[in-house]
Design a protein around this ligand. Sequence first.
Ligand SMILES: NC(=O)c1ccc[n+]([C@@H]2O[C@H](COP(=O)([O-])OP(=O)(O)OC[C@H]3O[C@@H](n4cnc5c(N)ncnc54)[C@H](OP(=O)(O)O)[C@@H]3O)[C@@H](O)[C@H]2O)c1
Length: 268
Amino acid sequence: MAGLDGRRVVVVGASAGIGRAVAVRAVRAGARTVLAARRKAALEEAVAEAGGGTAVAVDVVDPEGVERLAREARAALGGPVDLVVHTVGYAAMRFLADCDGDTWRSMLDVNVVGLNQTLRAIVPAMAPGGIVAALSSETAAAPRTGLVAYAASKAAVEASLKGWRVEHPEVRFCCAVVGATQPTEFGAGFDAEVLGPALDSWARHGLLQEEFMQTGDVADVLLDVLGTALAHPGVGVETLVLRSPSPVIGTDVPARDHAARAVEAAGG
Ligand SMILES: NC(=O)c1ccc[n+]([C@@H]2O[C@H](COP(=O)([O-])OP(=O)(O)OC[C@H]3O[C@@H](n4cnc5c(N)ncnc54)[C@H](OP(=O)(O)O)[C@@H]3O)[C@@H](O)[C@H]2O)c1
């Protein structure tokens, strides 16, 4: 993994999925790494798997929690942070007609407020030329039925990162737009009764591909690019789009096949 040896790295969302894979790889590449998420036990497992790192339990919707994360990260890493990879993301799968205010707020709180208050706490603890990479989704630009509120929250993530770039030019902000990736816990709570018709709609609109990307592959590419960029502070990496190169699925594949595959991929 290029350029990470001796770097100070914080991965937020490190207890599962893409964040966990990123954190394990960062530790193994020689980075001093803080692993943050809500579940301490899952973080400790990732630390054990990686063979190092410091677990910090935090809920990004808790403003005091993210301030503590910034303090503990700086203390554990022994200096300013070079790289923050923020992978936290949450989606409830609901049609818009079923999205009440609480549903909207749950996604906006975790995905948008959580990201922004984490950055508010941690950016002052970063080294000049450091990089913040936050994960968005391909659905932000092309909202899929059942995931429109989530898509709107990710569009707000993307706008937020552009704003951070303007207000804090001393740090580089990267928006990593990700396509369907497995295995992760992301879809574990999806309602199969919504997912079936939703997948039908995605296929009709050309929004479903034949293959998922693999979590470890996504983590490898992300960290290789970001690690290389750390050594080149004059180059901003503003947007990365990581999508499967596989073909878009046609409309002739029954929805139940997509649903079975997606539920299986989500570990459900
Ligand atoms: N997987 C995909 O197909 C896909 C596609 C496009 C975009 N993305 C985006 O990629 C990112 C990573 O997705 P993933 O599939 O790896 O998801 P995942 O497996 O569900 O992992 C999400 C991580 O975020 C943490 N998290 C959730 N809520 C949190 C909170 N309030 N405070 C702190 N940590 C919190 C979770 O840990 P705890 O539960 O322990 O807190 C977990 O470590 C997300 O932003 C997602 O929107 C994923």
